[in-house]
Design a binder for this molecule. Structure first.
Ligand code: PLP
Length: 373
């Protein structure tokens, strides 16, 4: 049944930018303007020549600064996004057996990739109740621990702490990277895509790799295991150190990523972006806790995501009606990932200024009041 979306939010309440999705996220207008201004100087030129390699170099040095990477860490880039990195990890990063903390759709997908790999042993899979995160269980059999810094599908966040058991600590940071503080000494690989906190576009993966991870990649590459060339992490490393990629990347993505990383560094780096997200999160969760018709989906405050909030609503409010009404008013992409609850998912990204977050809440309140009459 089509939703009745006739409620009109007064113009003065609307945010300056209506994009509140959890990924892709809003691309800043100034970034798009700079891309357009680059005209014929960048887009449509060879990725093997200095113009593009210089842009890849800006991404790599900008991320090294943003994450304060210790000596010996490398910023590795390849095509395929975070999903492509799962496949690459199954071939080139897991030696025999991995352990996965499974607490939502994205961590489940990584399990799916590894479970089907004929050259690997059955993975350990540790689950927890919806709206919480499990904890690792160190074991001699395990050579890679797969964590997720922020499970975007449920809005649950977990601390990134190295598992002290000999295996690599590999973190899916797709939605957390750039928006949450992290200590690079606590991970071996921290991988992500550019279309979440970095407000660029999809298609690329970035993996921040420790010396132990780089050593593992080279060892497996030299072991005789068959690895599809496109998914070879070893060739991704050797191309990345030359500011290149194995095959042609989307040049606009690289431009927008470089632009945003430099913007974040200029604003004050990860401390600044994390602070902005935490402030947006405090505002929205605080509102939901006080509102009689809403509440945060994640019960434990320390597990609530500061990059994308899941907010539950009480009947007769329905997520479908709220999301459709917001959409009809230009506020888009608040639909939930899992459609079995009654909630909305709302981005809290570094690109969202306080004024837009306040406006979003005012609009949501307006729609709730107009709906309940
Ligand atoms: C979005 C997301 C992915 C998938 O990213 P793609 O770039 O679409 O492959 C993986 N993991 C997490 C945690 C995500 O939020």
């Amino acid at each position: 049944m089509p939703e009745d979306t006739s409620i009109r939010i007064p113009r003065h309440l609307l945010p300056a930018d209506g994009r509140f999705g959890c990924g892709p996220t809003r691309v800043r207008q100034s970034t798009l303007d700079r891309l357009a201004e680059s005209g014929s100087a960048y887009m449509g030129t060879s990725h093997r020549q200095l113009t593009v390699r210089h842009m890849v170099g800006r991404v790599r040095s900008g991320l090294t600064e943003l994450f304060d990477l210790p000596d010996g860490y490398e910023v590795v880039l390849g095509n395929g996004g975070a999903s492509g990195f799962w496949d690459a990890a199954a071939f080139g990063l897991i030696e025999r057996a991995s352990q996965h903390l499974k607490f939502g759709a994205f961590s489940s997908k990584f399990v799916g990739v590894v479970s089907g790999a004929p050259h690997l042993e059955e993975p350990d899979v540790i689950e927890s109740q919806r709206g919480t995160h499990p904890v690792p269980s160190p074991s001699d059999r395990i050579d890679l621990y797969a964590l997720t810094h922020n499970e975007t599908s449920t809005g649950v966040t977990m601390p990134v702490r190295r598992v002290e058991a000999g295996g690599l600590t590999v973190v899916d940071a797709t939605s957390a990277a750039g928006a949450m503080q992290v200590d690079p000494r606590q991970f071996d690989v921290y991988f992500f895509s550019p279309q979440k906190a970095f407000g660029a576009d999809g298609g690329l993966y970035i993996a921040l790799c420790s010396p132990r991870a780089l050593e593992r990649i080279e060892r497996i590459a030299g072991s005789g295991r068959w690895i599809p060339p496109f998914l070879s992490l070893s060739s991704a490393v050797s191309q990345s150190v030359k500011d290149q990629t194995y095959n042609t990347p989307a040049l606009a993505t690289i431009f927008m990523l470089a632009d945003t990383v430099e913007w974040m560094n200029a604003q004050g780096g990860l401390a600044w972006s994390s602070e902005r997200c935490a402030a947006n999160a405090a505002m929205l969760y605080g509102w939901a806790e006080k509102h009689p018709m809403a509440e945060p989906f994640v019960p434990e405050p320390s597990m609530r995501s500061q990059v994308g909030a899941t907010i539950d609503f009480h009947r007769p409010l329905s997520w479908a009606h709220l999301a459709a009404t917001l959409r009809a008013n230009g506020i888009v992409d608040t639909e939930p990932y899992h459609k079995d609850g009654n909630h909305l998912r709302i981005g809290l990204w570094p690109s969202i200024p306080r004024s837009d977050m306040e406006a979003f809440i005012a609009c949501l309140e307006y729609v709730i009041e107009a709906t309940l009459g």
